[in-house]
Structure formats: C-alpha cells, structure tokens
Design a protein around this ligand. Structure first.
Ligand code: GTP
Ligand code: MG
Length: 445
C-alpha cells in the first residue's frame, strides 16, 4: 500500500487482572467441615479497539499512550463469584490497521486486525481469566480440594495503530483496460502504465478534485475471470474494494489485443464481484468505457451503455489518452461519493465482532513452543501454557499436581518428549522451573 496518507501511533494497552478464585468450605452450625464453596474470581476487562465512522484521525492517541481496563474482583465464600472488570473500548477511524509490536524493538510482529467497517472491533489486550474457586476441583478422589486458582495477571502489549486513507471509489476492471491511465489523468498519482497485463501490482491512491468535490480513488491490479477463487492477483485486492463506497468499473471498449467483446468483459467482472461477495454486486457502480478515442467504436459504446443502463448503472464514455469525457466523469463521481458519504454517516452503526480476528487470537494463544535452553533444561512458551502457570498457587501441592495434569492434556508432555526432554530434566515456564517426571497418559487424567 502507498504509505502516502497515513497516520501512525503506538500505544500501550493492558487488560484488567483476573480476580482470584476462593478456597473456602461451607460452615454450618452442626457440620464440622462442609463441602467446598469458594466462588470464582471475576474476569478482567478487555481493551478493545473499535472502528467508528465518526472519527477521522488518530489524534486522541497522540498524547495519551497508556490504557488499562478494569480488574476483576476476587471470589468469596458461599459461592460468591467476583465481578468482571469493565472492558475499555478505544474508538479509531475506519480503515485502521492494528499491529502487535515487539516490546523490545518496537517493530511490528504481526497484524492483529484491519478494521474496515463501522462498529468492527477486536480485542487487543484480553483481561486476565478469573481464578476458579475450589468447588471446581472436586473429583471422586478429591472431595475437599484445598486449593483455588489465582487470578491471571493481564499482559501488557504495545500496539501500533495505522490509519490508512480509505478510498471512496475503486477503479475495477480487467488488466490493461486503462485503470492506471485514468487515475493518472484524474489525480496527481503517477502509477506505472504499460501495455501488458498486471502492470499494477499494488493499489495506488489518488486524490481527485472536481468542482467542489474532493475524493480518493484507488487504482487496483486488474481482475480476471476466476479472481474470486484466487486467480490472478485479484483476491487480495477484492478485499480493498470491500470498503470503498463506489465502484468505477472500467471497460476497454476496443476489446484489447485479443479482440474481446466489451459487454462480455463487463459481465465477467461483475460476476467475479458477485462471487466474491454478493453485496459487492449491489455496491453503487458506474461503468466507464475507456479508449473511446479509437475510431469505429460507436456501436460498441452504444451496446455497453445499454447493458449498463439495464443494470441501473450510470455510464460514461471517456478517453484517458485524450482526456475526453473526464471532467464529466470526475464531477459525477464526486457527486455520488458525496451522497454515499452522507448516507453512510447517518446509518446507525451496528456493533460487530468479526469472528475472524477473535479466532486468530485464540489460535495464537493456544500455540506453544518447546526449546532446549541448555542440556537438560527446556523452556515452554505460549500464552495459554503460561497463563496456567501464573494462575497456579505454588505454595499448594495439590494445585501443582492439577497444573501438571492440565499441561499433559494440552500436549505439552508430548511436545517435551519430542524435543528430547527426559525424566529428571528441568522444565521452565515463565518464572518457574520444575522437574520433568515423564509423560502422563492423557487418558488416565
Ligand atoms: N488508445 C488508448 N489507449 C489507452 C487509453 N488508456 C490506456 N491506454 C493504454 O492501455 C494500456 C494499459 O493501460 P494501463 O493504464 O496500464 O492499464 P491498467 O488497467 O492499469 O492495467 P493493469 O494495471 O495491468 O491492470 C497502455 O498501453 C495505455 O497506454 C486510452 O484512453 N486510449
Ligand atoms: Mg494498472
């Protein structure tokens, strides 16, 4: 992407700590020791980043850099659970990319999310899990568990927010129809133009000024038949169109070297858009017949105009080469973009949780890694594994045995064996070290 119009800031986020689970036994008048009744600790609140159509910059994060969500409270006796901490929601403009940073180097590690829709949100710093109270650890052989889980301390993260300029309109069409030539004519953008397909490899953005209007147009790589299934370069870029309000569908009226039929080309692209996302087919679209400077095109222009009009799309015949028809096109686009923008702003924003970002986060958390740090000493790293360890009360033998069972069930023992760990070796997880006693049979736990 063109880093031309970006706004970047780095902030430190931390979820709320989880409350501790309670270890307690029921007290009744004539019963010496009742059953366990320790309540669970509350979950810490999450720090959430949420896209909002109301914001247009990241200025709010320029001066304040630290954001903490509320902690969960501790569980109590008589099965009283602690209260969950409130989430802290940080609004950002639509088109904000969120990245995890390496806390040492402050270099981006990976993309957490690309928030493109109003209301779309992602958790960037999950609150700590509340610890489970001792009622959870009752088994047939452990009637009176004398331990409870600690609350999980929340992790702090550095994240980067990058606001990408969102295009109002996207130039879409087969390769070589003249998309880049058009953006070069309409704006100050200077993309590469050439007579071979896939000249454009990354989207270019240009600011178009026409009359009282000013809007951003994206020139994306050419789409081909099958783009919706990943053919050509299209798929990646169809994602960019997802968030542009207006599609400028460019058709080469000459049919190019292969002598294609422009109406056929027009249908192919619309079919790809529909296949990629049915709502793209309903997106406002204008049809632009380009290369109308070439002689003998009158009939073809009329045919394409008819096809576009039947579909309810405004139609323009232009030439990027001579500039003919471009002023009319630019003004009409400006008017449409303006109208679409005010429609968008008046729509009530539903809060959506894009499952995709959540799923990605859970997958990242479940992963763990075993490395041999020195002969006979292995370190296990991974969010979930580390979480279990920090929630363990190391003063309590029973709690440690419980932890060992959980790790075995997660496959940590198997991974340790595979890495060469043998009974008697040291296993390190966060700040703790213990002796490996050999794999437990997960079926027996
Ligand atoms: N005659 C004529 N040729 C044009 C016109 N517009 C573009 N061309 C030519 O068409 C070819 C392709 O132009 P590009 O602007 O690179 O096409 P594109 O759609 O961006 O192509 P990709 O980036 O490969 O998808 C170039 O040789 C241009 O000079 C036009 O209005 N008239
Ligand atoms: Mg191009």
């Amino acid at each position: 992407m063109m880093p031309q119009f970006t706004d970047i800031c780095r902030i430190n986020v931390r979820g709320g700590d989880g409350g501790a689970g309670c270890m307690s036994f029921r007290r009744e008048a004539h019963v010496p020791k009742g059953g366990p009744d320790g309540g669970d600790g509350g979950r810490g609140g999450d720090v959430v980043i949420q896209a909002s159509a109301r914001l247009s910059s990241l200025i709010d994060y320029r001066y304040k850099h630290h954001f903490h969500a509320e902690r969960g409270t501790h569980g109590k006796g008589a099965r009283k659970d602690g209260r969950d901490g409130e989430d802290l929601v940080l609004p950002v403009p639509m088109g904000t990319v969120v990245r995890e940073l390496d806390p040492e180097t402050m270099e981006p590690l990976y993309e957490i999310a690309d928030l493109t829709h109003d209301g779309e949100r992602v958790v960037v710093a999950p609150g700590g899990q509340g610890g489970l109270g001792n009622t959870h650890f009752v088994t047939s052989v452990r009637r009176a568990p004398a331990f409870a889980q600690l609350g999980e301390p929340a992790q702090e993260h550095w994240i980067e927010l990058e606001m990408k300029l969102m295009a109002d309109a996207a130039l879409v069409g087969l390769p070589s129809v003249g998309k880049s030539s058009l953006i070069a004519r309409m704006s100050a953008a200077r993309p590469k133009i050439a007579d071979y397909p896939f000249t454009t490899l990354v989207p270019n953005l240009g600011v178009v000024r026409a009359g009282e209007y000013s809007y951003v147009v994206a020139d994306i790589p050419g789409l081909i038949e099958g783009a919706s299934e990943g053919k050509g370069l299209g798929h990646e870029f169809l994602r960019h169109i997802e968030r542009t309000a207006l599609i400028m569908h460019v058709v080469d009226i000459t049919g190019g070297f292969e002598g294609r039929d422009p109406v056929e080309d027009y249908r192919v692209i619309n079919e790809e858009l529909r296949r990629y996302a049915s709502e793209l087919a309903d997106r406002p679209q204008i049809v632009v017949a380009n290369k109308c400077d070439v002689s003998g095109m009158t009939d073809r222009v009329a045919e394409l105009r008819r096809a576009a009009t039947e579909d309810g799309h405004p139609f323009f015949a232009v030439s990027a080469a001579t500039g003919a028809g471009l002023n009319t096109l630019m003004l009409a686009c400006g008017e449409m973009v303006d109208k679409l923008r005010s429609e968008l702003a008046s729509e009530a924003a539903p809060v959506t949780f894009d499952e995709r970002w959540e799923r990605r986060r859970r997958e990242r958390e479940a992963r763990f890694q075993v490395i041999c740090e020195e002969p006979g000493a292995y370190r296990v790293t991974g969010t979930q594994v580390e979480r279990l360890v920090v929630q363990t009360d190391w003063e309590n033998e029973e709690a440690i045995i419980y932890l060992q069972h959980r790790l075995a069930r997660m496959g940590v023992d198997a991974a340790l064996e595979e890495a060469g760990c043998r009974p008697g070796d040291e296993v390190r997880i966060v700040g703790r070290a213990f002796t490996y006693e050999g794999a437990e049979d997960p079926d027996e736990i």
